[in-house]
Design a protein around this ligand. Structure first.
Ligand code: GLV
Ligand code: MN
Ligand code: MN
Length: 420
């Protein structure tokens, strides 16, 4: 589509910096946990930006925010883009934010260009893509796509043992959680702009990654119960130290991921709670949080089974009770050929270097792909670093990503022949 699009890099960079300041961490680190005071302040600030761009704003019962630019055929399924603004503890300012503020700038750039959408264009700001508060990621998009039932309102709890229902209601998002689910065919396409969170684009000097697949994530908790006691008075023979058993299991998990037969298998034990956590007391209970992923869902499941077997063995040899609680085990997702085509032709129009790429991180797109033809646009981030305070993406690369997004949205918005 022939269009002259100019991205306002300076304003976008300022906005990314301003959003980063809504944080509970010392800069450059960012911590913005869903429904924390900083998250709510960030939401208010963002809403002002949306309204200032003459866009309408709707919030659902879990705080997913829909920012709409009405097309000339508002009755047709809209084209959507979006990402998240929550940030895991001690992380950076680009993960998710590039897709939200970049999505807003894509819309504003299209407005400035004189473009008029045919299908409406919506920007979605998803709630709780990160698992920090409630233990499971992508709560907003899981509910939208029907992957999570509304009953999670009572079953999901944060570390203060408050339910999702209590926390969201206090944050100002009331109503029936079942209403979050979107009807079939609500969107004709969904695209998410995101930093790569890996090293491929930077290494190959390619500015745009066109995401063909998203790897299958799983996460689970492991509780190990042994016997505590006095660190001095209890002799070594016969001890049932839960932390020693957990250490064995952690190394087994690492070993099983390394020997799966593919580099695509990754496993991380990211949390470890020790009870009673006193230097002179034998740990009686340990709780581990484990993240396991693979581009191949079946191979991921085989590794999961092998981890269960390893836990069983450790339980027997060390006389430790081990329980595993699955939090999620999602299948991988494949992008829609139609959306891939739109992104590819936007890259050709702009004569920008692109390559197809697999997303090893998960995103709201993993769940949006269940209810809409979906794909993602990746831009490079320095050294592939993410989920760290030194996460960095160059504003020039961000601007290229925003323009690719804007052109793709415009083309998909004008496609009337296409019925999913
Ligand atoms: C998303 O933040 C992920 O952990 O992949
Ligand atoms: Mn993240
Ligand atoms: Mn993200």
């Amino acid at each position: 589509m022939k269009m002259h699009i100019e991205i306002d890099k300076q304003r976008l960079k300022q906005e990314i910096d301003t959003l980063a300041a809504f944080s509970d961490a010392v800069p450059p680190a960012v911590t913005r946990v869903v429904f924390s005071e900083q998250d709510l302040r960030a939401r208010t600030w963002l809403k002002q930006r949306y309204v200032a761009s003459s866009l309408s704003v709707r919030e659902d019962a879990v705080g997913n925010t829909f920012i709409r630019w009405e097309g000339s055929h508002p009755d047709l399924p809209a084209v959507a883009t979006g990402s998240h603004i929550d940030a895991i503890p001690h992380s950076g300012k680009f993960d998710g934010v590039v897709g939200v503020l970049g999505g807003l700038e894509a819309v504003r750039a299209l407005q400035r260009s004189g473009f008029r959408p045919v299908r409406s264009i919506e920007l979605v700001q998803f709630t709780a893509e990160e698992p920090t508060r409630f233990g499971i990621g992508c709560i907003g998009s899981r509910l939208m796509s029907g992957v999570l039932p509304a009953s999670v309102d009572q079953t999901l709890q944060d570390s203060s043992v408050e339910t999702l229902e209590v926390v969201r209601t206090r944050a100002g998002f009331g109503g029936d959680l079942a209403s979050v689910r979107l009807p079939e065919g609500y969107y004709s396409a969904f695209l998410e702009l995101h930093i790569e969170q890996g090293p491929v684009l930077e290494r190959e000097h390619v500015t745009i990654g066109i995401v063909t697949d998203i790897a299958a994530p799983a996460s689970f908790l492991v509780t190990l119960e042994g016997q505590g006691g006095h660190a001095g008075g209890t002799l070594m023979p016969g001890r049932r130290d839960a932390l020693c058993a957990a250490s064995e299991l952690i190394l087994a998990i690492e070993g099983l991921a390394c020997s799966s037969g593919a580099v695509d298998t990754v496993a991380t034990v990211g949390t470890c709670e020790v009870h009673p956590s006193a230097i002179n007391s034998i740990p009686s209970r340990v709780k581990l949080g484990v993240d396991l992923r693979d581009t191949d869902g079946e191979r991921r499941n085989r590794v999961l089974d092998a981890i269960k077997n390893a836990a069983e063995q450790i339980s027997q040899t060390r006389q430790i009770q081990i329980q595993m609680e699955m939090l999620n085990a999602d299948p991988p997702a494949s992008s829609s050929p139609r959306v891939l085509r739109a992104i590819t032709s936007a890259c050709s129009e702009m004569e920008v270097a692109s390559r197809q790429i697999v997303s090893r991180a998960y995103h709201d797109s993993l769940f949006m792909s269940r209810i809409a033809p979906t794909s993602m646009i990746f831009i490079p981030c320095r050294s592939g670093v993410s989920h760290r305070p030194d996460e960095y993406a160059d504003i020039d690369d961000i601007a290229v990503g925003v323009e690719v997004l804007a052109r793709s949205l415009a083309e998909l918005s004008c496609d009337l022949t296409w019925t999913n």
